[in-house]
Unconditional design. Structure first.
Length: 210
């Protein structure tokens, strides 16, 4: 989805854009896909900006919190995304808690292990899932009309891990209509199909149009 149809944004090749993330995998993907914007992408970690507590109850709320925090502390435009995995059998969990599904000290590996354990006896036809991403662009911390874009990637939870690319749940996320895990896709294919790729494509379109 895209909001703010009348938003006016001027791009310049030397304008910096703060990326509100400390996740190395996410930073790498976003930098690759945002390269066409004409901004110089600066991860907030390089500016000493700490993560803000994600107290929102939705991907939209958390994205806005993160973008506003980065814009406030950097005095620059900021972009943030909040992403997660929704599993039908678990009524949408882990959702906004995907990064800390296995607890406060969770890692990608422990999150995948917990999910596979919960899904161990679930038949294939009940393992539907999808990745969700919401990306927010804010011109400044007090921006009353942030640009909000969403992307969805349909798939299912595999019975075992496969592939060594990507991050998060990619090695157990089987992409719909394929026999591939997200972790097995090359970067170009993944960026075209993925939830984050779709959200960023929407963001690029909105920025170029307005």
């Amino acid at each position: 989805m895209g909001y703010n149809k009348t938003l006016r944004i001027t791009l310049s090749t030397d304008q910096k854009l703060v990326l509100a993330s400390a996740n190395p995998g996410k930073i790498k993907e976003l930098q690759q896909m945002l390269g066409g914007l004409g901004f110089t992408i600066v991860p907030q970690t390089s500016l000493g900006i700490p993560d803000i507590e994600e107290t929102g109850l939705s991907f939209v709320e958390n994205s806005i919190l993160k973008a506003r925090n980065a814009a406030l502390l950097s005095k620059l435009p900021a972009v943030a995304d909040d992403s997660g995995l929704e599993v039908d059998f678990l009524k949408g969990a882990p959702g906004i808690y995907s990064a800390r599904f296995a607890g406060p000290e969770a890692t990608d590996a422990t999150n995948r292990e917990k999910l596979l354990t919960l899904m161990r006896d679930v038949p294939a036809e009940q393992r539907g899932a999808r990745y969700q991403t919401v990306i927010v662009y804010m011109r400044h911390a007090d921006d009353p009309t942030p640009l909000i874009c969403q992307g969805t990637w349909e798939g299912s939870i595999a019975f075992e891990e496969r592939g060594d690319g990507g991050f998060g749940y990619d090695s157990i996320f089987e992409v719909s209509d394929t026999n591939c895990r997200a972790a097995e896709l090359d970067k170009q294919t993944k960026n075209k199909l993925s939830h984050r790729g779709k959200a960023i494509a929407n963001l690029l379109l909105q920025l170029q149009n307005h």
